[in-house]
Design a protein around this ligand. Structure first.
Ligand code: ADP
Ligand code: MG
Length: 328
């Protein structure tokens, strides 16, 4: 295959300014073949702007992006033949039926085998429970998403650019989406899946880039990112002395709160603490594994209680000033 094993998406120091708003502020992104790459960030972080640049729909103010090793702006035509795109807010031709829209979108990407296409389309309409005979203007938001998803999955693509594709789908349909997407990747596709929902990314993705205010703040496999957080251990404080607690190896942030002892431990050293806890005959033991959520909140927690979702960087205001203002 052309471009075998080379990076599918590479963005370097992408900038996108809308007046004073720096939607992208030096964003890097790397997606390798065969990955389902989670592109995680709160509303306004710059996910859609990045994807629009990758599609050649927006011109970066600075930096550059390649898709399949080709320039996202100048080579947009040949890039588009090889990818499927699903935005988070699909608009359809009001007077075409869903089925006609699916055929049109699929034909733009090139149907190689009619039989294969018909078979896949029937399967997808069935599992997504979509009636293709309705006019576009009568579909609900969720059904418009389904039309775009069926079209995206009906013709094999090398790259699926999915920008919050499940918005408006109910949980049952999200599960269908996850299953169909996994099959497309098993067929050899690569996925960039943008989301502001951590659990969705955790269920699907092999690697994750976390972005905030137009920059990548973390990148790694789920296991690598989890390792950045710690396991939380807690148990009843009854009948325990200070000396007992001091003897627990590798315990950090030990605290006693409403009759319970709690501490954190590096996930790798948890096993050393367990025999000590057993010897102390602790009661009501709970062990909470490291969670991406903790990491996620470490990056976004500043803004968690704000009425407004975190917004992109504003020019001419240094980062530390913004953090200070967001009320730590
Ligand atoms: N066309 C535009 N004009 C002005 N500001 C924009 C435009 N598109 C996006 N922005 C701003 O850029 C920032 C990033 O937006 P976006 O990429 O849509 O974030 P996300 O998809 O992560 O929610 C936001 O502050 C948004 O308001
Ligand atoms: Mg968006």
């Amino acid at each position: 295959m052309f471009g075998f094993m080379s990076t599918v998406i590479q963005a370097r120091n992408l900038q996108k300014h809308f007046g004073r708003v720096h939607a992208l502020d030096g964003l890097d992104l790397d997606v390798q073949p065969g990955e389902i790459h989670g592109f995680l960030g709160p509303n306004g972080a710059g996910k859609s702007t990045t994807i629009r640049i990758l599609l050649g729909l927006a011109r970066p103010t600075g930096g550059e992006a390649t898709v399949f090793g080709q320039n996202s702006r100048t080579d947009a035509v040949s890039i588009h033949c090889r990818l499927a795109y699903v935005p988070g807010d699909v608009s359809l031709w009001p007077n075409l039926t869903g089925g006609e829209a699916i055929d049109l979108l699929s034909r733009l990407r090139g149907i190689r085998s009619r039989d294969e296409y018909d078979r896949r389309k029937r399967h997808l309409l069935d599992v997504f429970e979509l009636d293709p005979s309705k006019k576009g203007r009568t579909y609900s938001k969720g059904n418009r998403q389904k039309v775009a998803l069926v079209a995206a999955f009906a013709v094999p693509a090398e790259l699926y650019l999915l920008d919050e594709p499940t918005s408006g789908l109910d949980p049952l349909m999200e599960a269908v989406f996850r299953r169909e997407l996994s099959e497309r990747v098993a067929d050899g596709g690569t996925v960039l899946l943008s989301s502001h929902i951590l659990s969705e990314v955790e269920q699907l993705c092999s690697r994750v880039s976390i972005i905030r205010a137009g920059r990548r703040v973390e990148e790694g496999s789920l296991a690598e990112l989890r390792r950045l957080t710690r396991t939380e251990v807690s148990f009843s404080a009854a009948n325990l002395t200070e000396a007992d607690l001091a003897g627990i190896p590798a315990a950090r942030d030990v605290r006693i709160d409403s009759g319970r002892v709690a501490f954190t431990v590096d996930s790798a050293t948890l096993l050393e603490a367990l025999p000590v806890l057993a010897a102390l005959r602790v009661e009501g033991l709970t062990i909470t594994p490291p969670s991406l959520e903790e990491l996620f909140l470490r990056h976004y927690g500043l803004d968690r209680n704000d009425a407004q979702p975190p917004t992109a960087a504003v020019a001419a205001e240094p980062a530390h000033a913004r953090h200070a203002r967001s009320g730590r």
